[in-house]
Design a protein around this ligand. Structure first.
Ligand code: AHG
Ligand code: MN
Ligand code: MN
Ligand code: MN
Length: 323
């Protein structure tokens, strides 16, 4: 069978959605392009002056790593000039990102975490990029209704894992498909068609250093999984922990705790896109009581507790929390 590269796959998927105008295809291709540029820097990070942190901080007071800022710039540069986007939101930018007046605005809103797992950048551990795409609701681009949309209104989402290989995984409303970068041709080639996550796994992924700050029911939940013979895996990069569980099954949790009462992870550009992916792959996600995609963000940088992965483990968590 002919090699299926990302561009061809997106076009063939677009043809099935008659109303698709190709705008959307260009956005996905540009995100893939930006991810190749980021991958190139990640893969030689130790050799170029891209490691280490800057004196700057983001809205969370997190010291920005050079690669955080580099990845953020590449995502914005890839999307702002194509005339398909009317506003963006990024973990690394406090306010909504406007399209410069010299460029035409489009009908989509893109939200992203340009570099996920920043604490792993300098130690050569997998990191990623996460993105979600909404249609604009209002003519005026920067209106709240365009930026703070409900998770269910996502029309596409995806992520890139810069790991032992660079993988681009996305869903545009139907199946979830994974593409692996072949650096010799600079193309993402279809390697994981129609990803379905196992209904039940045997991996749990959580930072147990926080366990004494959790609600005791969360501790009980983890003890239950341990008693059932689950194994623990925690990389510390959400995208990598999520991707492993998506393929193998299992559950990732970043629950609320005494320090992070609303959890640590961000709703708009971390929890929403990965929840969109996991639901289309047959999995589930919640904040402990309600499905992540049913939430409506109040601000660009809302945090949320996140329990995400195989349906069995997520449903069990909900049961334990109401017991
Ligand atoms: P980011 O690097 O985009 O700020 O995200 C970091 C997140 C996520 O990638 C990971 O799951 C989590 O932080 C790890 O947090 P802890 O170090 O508190 O476990
Ligand atoms: Mn960060
Ligand atoms: Mn992140
Ligand atoms: Mn980040």
């Amino acid at each position: 069978m002919a090699l299926m590269n990302l561009s061809r796959f997106i076009l063939e998927e677009q043809r099935r959605f008659k109303e698709a105008t190709g705008d959307f295809t260009i956005i996905l291709e540009q995100i893939a392009f930006a991810s190749k540029i980021i991958a190139r820097e990640v893969n030689k990070a130790g050799l170029v002056n891209i490691l280490g942190s800057l004196e700057t901080q983001n809205v969370f007071g997190e010291t920005q790593q050079k690669l955080d800022v580099f990845a953020n710039q590449k995502m914005i540069e890839a999307l702002e000039h194509i005339g398909k986007v009317c506003a963006m939101a990024s973990e690394e930018v406090e306010t909504a990102i406007e399209i410069p007046s010299k460029y035409q605005k489009g009908k989509y809103v893109v939200v992203f975490d340009p570099l996920d797992g920043s604490s792993n950048i300098d130690v050569n551990v997998s990191i990623g990029t996460i993105f979600g795409i909404f249609r604009k609701k209002e003519e005026e681009c920067l209106l709240v209704d365009n930026l703070l949309q409900k998770g269910r209104d996502l029309i596409a989402a995806g992520y890139v894992v810069y790991g032992s290989s660079t993988m681009f995984v996305y869903c545009a409303g139907s199946t979830v498909n994974g593409f692996t970068l072949d650096p010799s041709v600079g193309e993402f080639l279809l390697s994981h068609p129609n990803i379905k996550t196992p209904q039940k796994g045997n991996i749990y992924s959580v930072n147990e250093a926080n366990s004494n700050k959790w609600d005791k029911k969360v501790r009980e939940y983890i003890e239950t999984l341990k008693s059932e013979g689950y194994t623990s895996r925690y990389i510390g990069s959400l995208v990598s922990d999520f991707h492993r569980n998506l393929l193998k099954g299992g559950v990732f949790l970043y629950p609320a705790d005494e320090k992070n009462k609303k959890g640590k992870l961000r709703l708009l550009y971390e929890a929403f896109p990965l929840s969109y992916i996991v639901e289309h792959a047959g999995g589930a996600s919640c904040d402990g009581t309600i499905d992540i995609l049913d939430k409506v963000p109040q601000t660009l940088h809302d945090r949320t507790p996140l329990i995400i992965g195989s349906k069995h483990e997520v449903d069990l968590f909900k049961k334990v929390m109401v017991s």
